[in-house]
Design a protein around this ligand. Structure first.
Ligand code: SF4
Ligand code: ZN
Ligand code: ZN
Length: 233
């Protein structure tokens, strides 16, 4: 019988190491008939062969792959610093030998979804949220090891990181959100009362920063009531 790394009791790199280096798992790879460059994006003459949506969908396929843990263990244990092996290379860098892969993947996907990546009909990027300044923009540098072959930080933030200084033309989000290391919202400033509140003080809103509304619950309740009084008169 085929051994599978996604058994619930086997989930760290050290436990998967032997299985991942036995090449049998490759027979079950969902990507085996896919073009190589979908998993190893390259830029030639300022263009990539596939669209950002193509890369995103290829990465999404990995999450349904029956040998994703073996694939991930293979890449991490062999220190492969390029390409998509279950996760893009940039995400794999954070994995340690003792990391619980199941919860790691879950949290990485949560953080990816916070970026709310959207595409144009032609497959190019429409916009996504920068993980640094939290604005939605379409300006991201190419990154062979990133989600949809793009960096997680917008161009302005990437330049700032590179030059190690603040750029003057960049606007930060008014709500100045704070996220934990997994990209889950801890707190942000209510854009109405201008006070900082914890996440549970905001109602859920998929399109809001951190998946929450911009106004805190108190402000929403107060202003809804005011509106009702005004409109009853
Ligand atoms: S996880 Fe992705 S890259 Fe790895 S074998 Fe499966 S489809 Fe291929
Ligand atoms: Zn940014
Ligand atoms: Zn408020």
């Amino acid at each position: 019988m085929r051994e599978q790394g996604n058994k619930s009791n086997i989930s760290t790199i050290s436990e998967l190491y032997v299985i991942s280096n036995n090449n049998q798992w490759r027979e079950y790879a969902l990507c085996q008939d896919k073009p190589y460059e979908l998993y190893f994006p390259q830029k030639r003459k300022n263009k990539t062969k596939y669209t950002n949506r193509n890369y995103y969908e290829a990465q999404e396929l990995c999450l349904h792959c029956p040998v994703k843990f073996e694939c991930l263990a293979f890449a991490v244990s062999n220190k492969l610093s390029f390409g998509t092996f279950c996760l893009p290379a940039t995400e794999r860098k954070k994995i340690k030998i003792t990391t619980d892969l199941k919860s790691f993947i879950k949290k990485v996907i949560q953080r990816r979804d916070i970026m709310e990546t959207k595409f144009n009909p032609d497959g190019s990027l429409l916009n996504k949220r920068c993980v640094q300044c939290h604005r939605k923009t379409k300006h991201f540098y190419f990154d062979a090891g990133g989600w949809s072959a793009l960096r997680n930080q917008c161009v302005d933030c990437a330049i700032e990181i590179q030059q190690n200084k603040k750029s003057y033309h960049r606007r930060y989000s008014e709500s100045n959100p704070k996220f934990d290391e997994w990209g889950v919202l801890i707190s942000k400033i209510c854009t109405k009362c201008k006070k900082r509140h914890k996440t549970d003080q905001y109602a859920k809103r998929v399109a809001g920063i951190g998946g929450r509304t911009s106004w805190c619950r108190k402000c929403v309740a107060f202003h809804t009531k005011q509106w009702e009084i005004k409109n009853k008169k």
